[in-house]
Design a protein around this ligand. Sequence first.
Ligand code: HAM
Length: 429
Amino acid sequence: MVKKFSAPRGTSDIFPGEARLWQELETRARLRLACYGYNEIRPPFFEETDLFVRSVGQTSDIVQKQMLHLLPQSRAQVADAPHPVLSLRPEGTASVVRAYIQNGMDKKESLSKLFYIGPMFRGERPQKGRLRQFHQIGVEAIGPDSCSPYLDAETIRLALQVLDDMEAGPYRLKLNTLGTVQDKENLSKSLRQRLTTSKKDLCADCQNRFDRNVFRVLDCKNKTCRQIVARLSMDDAHLEPSSRDYYQKVKSALKTLNIAFDEDPSMVRGLDYYTHTVFEICSSALGSQDALGAGGRYNNLVTQLGGPQADAVGFALGLERIMLARKEQEAAGVPPVDVFVISLDETSLASNFQLADILRARDMIVDMSFKTASVKSQMRIANKKGARLVVIAGEDEQRRGVVTLKNMRDGSQRQIARDACAREIKDLL
Ligand code: HAM
């Protein structure tokens, strides 16, 4: 019997039909990244293990459980080194920062905007949307004294726009701030204090994490740990006034760009290098592994790795999850609704009926509900139909000659004049 081989668990082959779609989506991303002044960097697929230990964090799940090590060249190395010398990269940020320092990029430009597309490796337990070899599109903006709330907002806008370009479907932006290294220290202390009485009820992993890195308790998936964390009522007491002010400015810059977000004070992220802004973009089409991408600011990593003072912010999007989200939408028979029209009351039904007709005359795919059910239930229908835009109008809007236009991709909404709305809506699609 000749042994038959299969792809290693948690990896997959990308066949020609699919590969064409990957290329198409990558091309769209590259065009968008160029608009924001990002240039490509191609770091190696493996690095010294210590680089990841010192950036992602000794106590992080990635370092503790998921690193895929390369075999040492000699037995002596095993005895000498605390970790195997080389590891496959579990993420891209550490490599980009290493390359930034090694090449003295701070002396060449004030802000280096670098992007990468390629495979990452984590020895996780495979499940839907969680692989051992997966692909990321990531960006890192690094430069001395480059810390600005506008750059944070720009980075988030870029992540959302790349997802839109890839038609990754409806998503939700979750936002939080961790503050400075000192603020994070304050938060650790206060978390330990508040968790002391329930420490004995935490899972075995979290009892360990309590002393080593209490932040990790906040993202534990264990049911009891989640209940304990839910009772913590997180606030911003650990933040210095300047950190609070910085976060306020990030939020107003996002509002200026009409980007909707949900604040999640318990989101601390699984990688240790973050300071200030952190974010996650979650798909409503995916199950438990729903993060399409994530990122944040990391102002201390460059110096921590022996480099010059340089602030940084970035994100990475998971390509397999984007593919999955697209497939889920297709399978649900979701698109193709461009616009869904919601009537707030009986009185506005007739004029909204007419508006749907005007939009269709401009070749848009339009649907509406003929029953004036609650906005919530009509929004649910719009969501199910994968509507990209929703027009909402009631008697009041009708009287004022306006409609409310909600962009389902980023959650933003605004009022526009009803007369000119068909053109404006068409331009948005
Ligand atoms: P991360 O949250 O570990 O962040 O990963 C970013 C994205 O990669 C996730 O949201 C997910 O879409 C995808 N991903 C992660 N692990 C897996 C997996 N096992 N299988 C499939 N997809 C996965 C980072 O990697 C940071 N380096 C992001 C960053 C860049 N922060 C600042 N700059």
